[in-house]
Design a protein around this ligand. Structure first.
Ligand code: DC
Length: 433
């Protein structure tokens, strides 16, 4: 899999110029997704059909085959065998593309094509919904804007240079109309992904914008290259020894039974999410997961000087429980991107009676932004926790990031995904009841 850079933004913000320059400089493939919508706009217009009508456009899709080819590094769009790369660059087709792009069937039709290209290459993909829908796990996400007047001026110069007879007022009107269409449609509207870096290019030069994004890509690539192999050996050994020693008193004090061990993760960069039943849950999970993990722990524990260092030694970091702790989320992401697992208790607080609480949104947020699976773990015991009490720790099958159904990382989506994760954990607990 390659590194994915998503550049979204309104028409004429400079996305394609910047993306092309960057792709050439870094040896990435540039994917102009607007061209795909344009080719469908062209096909529908040629037949004289209404580009706004889902009823007229949807049945035509089965007759359309769009491909992207690369000739000397430049993208060419092939519509049913015909190279339409130049024909799709007129103002009429721009509007037709904007119209057909609001039709959900058209967006579905183009989804896999875009994802397939991204899966195979290092790419820079520009569009409207790349960071939110097409590649929600892109390593670098940019939301590029510029004032409508500046964008109209740029497009005017570009078309004039190509010898086209154009009117600035008309272009500005078109841009405003397309902005409105693209941001008000129901399916995948133009939206900044929460984790995208916003760049207003109104008064930036091309070189400045290129340099800014290039830096982001280079550091993302460096992070990716670091991977789990670079976790120093002494850390892994230290962790293994601490894990072994910490387990001994618990094996003596309790009758710990493990189930579903075949479901355990075999390597790093996953999330282990359990219900929170005892204060030593992290140890109960760590005993059977060999791979090194980081831990999210409540910030109060860090008030104790000694405990603080013990927790930090095993890659624990503090999180404030009653607010969205952005720095904790950032640290969690960092650990995952560096190849560690993350062990987390999504409810935030320990359950005294064994009932499963609601998940905070952090777990779903981290899983979706890092694109890693969540391994559910159910911890249960009956009655009071006393000497030799039987404690069952059950590992469940992983929940893949795509099964969390997070498209645009909204609060509602995160809450829904959190509920699904807790349901899976609850199933692992309920079997004891
Ligand atoms: O980027 P462009 O101007 O070539 O795009 C043409 C139209 O296609 C634009 O008005 C919105 C639509 N589009 C889209 O909805 N989603 C994309 N990923 C790319 C383009």
């Amino acid at each position: 899999m390659g590194l994915n850079c998503a550049i979204d933004g309104p028409s004429g913000a400079g996305k394609s110029t910047i993306a092309k320059t960057l792709a050439k400089k870094l040896g990435f493939v540039y994917v102009d997704t607007g061209a795909l919508y344009r080719s469908i706009g062209l096909y529908v217009s040629r037949l004289g059909c209404d580009t706004k009508s889902a009823d007229e456009v949807t049945p035509l899709l089965k007759d359309i085959k769009v491909e992207l080819r690369y000739v000397d590094g430049a993208q060419r769009v092939i519509l049913n065998g015909e190279d339409v790369s130049d024909l799709i660059r007129t103002p009429e087709i721009s509007m037709a593309a904007s119209n057909v792009s609001a039709i959900p069937a058209v967006r579905d039709f183009l989804l896999d094509l875009q994802r397939d290209i991204a899966a195979k290459n290092d790419i820079i993909m520009d569009g409207r919904d790349i960071g939110t829908v097409i590649l929600p796990n892109a390593e670098v996400k940019i939301f590029m804007t510029a004032s409508a007047e500046e964008r109209a001026r740029r497009r005017f110069e570009e078309l004039k240079a190509k010898g086209q007879d154009v009117d600035y007022g008309e272009i500005l009107k078109d841009i405003n109309q397309r902005d409105y269409n693209d941001s008000h449609r129901e399916t995948a509207p133009l939206l900044k992904a929460v984790d995208a870096v916003e760049l207003d290019t109104t008064s930036m030069s091309i070189d400045e914008v290129v340099e800014k994004i290039e830096n982001l890509i280079v550091s993302a690539k460096a992070e990716e290259d670091r991977g789990f192999k670079t976790i120093p050996a002494f850390r892994r050994w230290f962790y293994a020894i601490v894990r072994f020693i910490a387990a001994i008193p618990f094996y003596i004090a309790f009758n710990i039974r493990y189930e579903g061990l075949e479901n355990r993760p075999e390597h790093g960069s996953v999330i282990l999410a359990g219900n929170h039943r005892t204060w030593f849950d992290p140890i109960l999970i760590a005993i059977k997961v060999k791979y090194i993990s980081s831990y999210m722990a409540k910030s109060e524990l860090f008030d104790n000087f000694l405990l603080k260092y013990v927790i930090m030694a095993v890659h624990g970091f503090p999180t404030r429980r009653n607010s969205a702790d952005v720095s904790a989320l950032g640290l969690a992401e960092k650990y995952i991107r560096n190849g560690y697992n993350l062990t987390i208790f999504p409810e935030g607080t320990r359950s005294k009676d064994g009932k499963i609480g609601r998940a905070k949104s952090g777990v779903a947020y981290i899983a979706s932004t890092c694109g890693v699976p969540v391994y559910p773990v159910g911890i249960s015991y009956k009655g009071h926790l006393c000497f030799r009490r039987k404690i069952t720790v059950r590992f469940g099958k992983p929940i893949m990031p795509e099964d969390l159904n997070i498209a645009s990382v909204t609060k509602t989506e995160l809450r829904g995904a959190g509920e699904r994760i807790m349901e899976r954990i609850a199933k692992l607990v309920e079997q004891d009841a």
